[in-house]
Design a protein around this ligand. Structure first.
Ligand SMILES: *Cc1c(COP(=O)(O)O)cnc(C)c1O
Length: 345
């Protein structure tokens, strides 16, 4: 049978109310890409779960199909979220699909171009607030407590239900859980979802390596970060809504949460691209964490199955790449000039 989206495929495992009305853009079913060169380097079997290939370019679509489907079923007319960008684009797309009004709050000037463009293209009302993501989240929580507007941030439990499906897919493809799962941690909904998904699916449990950016690492520091700063805007979060659950997932899985520098993140981004997978900076944090741990000798991957979750597509944040490159060289329009430039081999 042709693929019909996540609620159709995994609905029996998702705790969604009976009123849920399936709104899908055929999200999920993303590839688990083997990475032969990285596997050789670490002496393990390394796979990238490429979540950038979801309909709006990030894993947020997994939770959004569930959250919007529930909201529509209960008669909501407007949905709202705070976002570092990808939640906004996803909420906007699924709301458009369902015929709902979408309002998204983003931190002023801090959202990558491809994400903002997405939210606008799908017709959301985008509002910049003079504050951080964490401030925006506080505002949307307040308005959804006082009005019938539906909250679709990952505080919404149905987002977590939908996002569990990535763990199911990994188990279905590998025939069981991997030994390690490495992923970026921002607001910590995703790590919470993966852990809940693996536990529920009962095909084994991975050790979980959650990775924060050094300038936005409240879970490593043990206290909120007032002014989070990192090139990885999708994880630029100082007060993770599901921080406790993230720490629990790391602890229960015998894994850990660590932080990596922006340089390490950008270097991991280049390494992934050099093997054909271009991801946005935050999405490279999982690999950056794996590399940092392995350099420290605190991670022995040898012979293990390791899944690195790449949460969003490189196209979301193209300026990170173009800023660090020289613009393409210009030549006259003739064969000799071309041959002279590139050589014949
Ligand atoms: C949202 C997001 C994250 C962080 O996920 P959390 O659930 O907030 O921890 C990481 N990478 C990308 C690309 C994202 O969009």
């Amino acid at each position: 049978m042709t693929y019909q989206g996540l609620i159709h495929r995994y609905g029996q495992y998702l705790d969604l109310p009976a009123h849920t009305k399936n709104i899908s853009l055929l999200e999920g079913n993303t590839p688990l890409i083997p990475m032969p060169r990285l596997s050789r380097e670490f002496g393990c079997e390394l796979f990238v779960k490429f979540e950038g290939l979801n309909p709006t370019g990030s894993f947020k679509d997994r939770g959004m199909t569930a959250a919007i489907s529930e909201a529509v079923g209960r008669g909501a007319q407007t949905v709202i979220c705070a976002s570092t960008g990808n939640t906004a684009a996803s909420a906007a797309a699924y709301a458009a699909r369902a015929g709902l009004r979408a309002v998204v709050l983003i931190p002023e000037g801090k959202v990558a171009a491809g994400k903002l463009a997405g939210a606008v293209a799908y017709g959301a009302e985008v509002i910049q607030i003079q504050g951080s993501f964490d401030d925006a989240l506080t505002l949307v929580v307040e308005i959804t407590q006082k009005t019938p507007i539906a909250l679709v941030n990952s505080i919404n439990p149905f987002r977590i239900e939908g996002q569990k499906t990535a763990a199911f897919e990994i188990c279905d493809v590998l025939g069981g859980a991997p030994d390690w799962l490495c992923l970026p941690v921002g607001n910590a909904g995703n790590i919470t979802s993966y852990w809940a998904g693996f536990k529920q699916y009962q095909k084994g449990l991975p050790q979980v390596l959650g990775v924060q950016a050094a300038g936005a690492a409240p879970l490593v520091l043990g206290y909120p970060v007032e002014k989070p700063e990192t090139v990885a805007t999708a994880i630029r979060i100082g007060k993770p809504a599901r921080g406790e659950q993230a720490l629990e997932a790391a602890h229960e899985s015998n894994g850990r949460i660590i932080s990596v520098s922006d340089e390490e993140i950008l270097s991991a981004q280049r390494i992934l691209a050099s093997e054909g997978v271009w991801v946005e900076p935050a999405s490279a944090a999982g690999l950056a964490g794996l590399m940092a741990e392995s350099v420290r000798g605190s991670f022995d991957a040898s012979g293990k199955k390791v899944v690195v979750v790449c949460t969003g597509h490189g196209l979301k944040d193209p300026s990170i790449i173009t800023e660090s490159f020289q613009s393409p060289k210009i030549i006259p329009m003739n064969y000799d000039a071309l041959l002279g430039m590139i050589g014949g081999v």
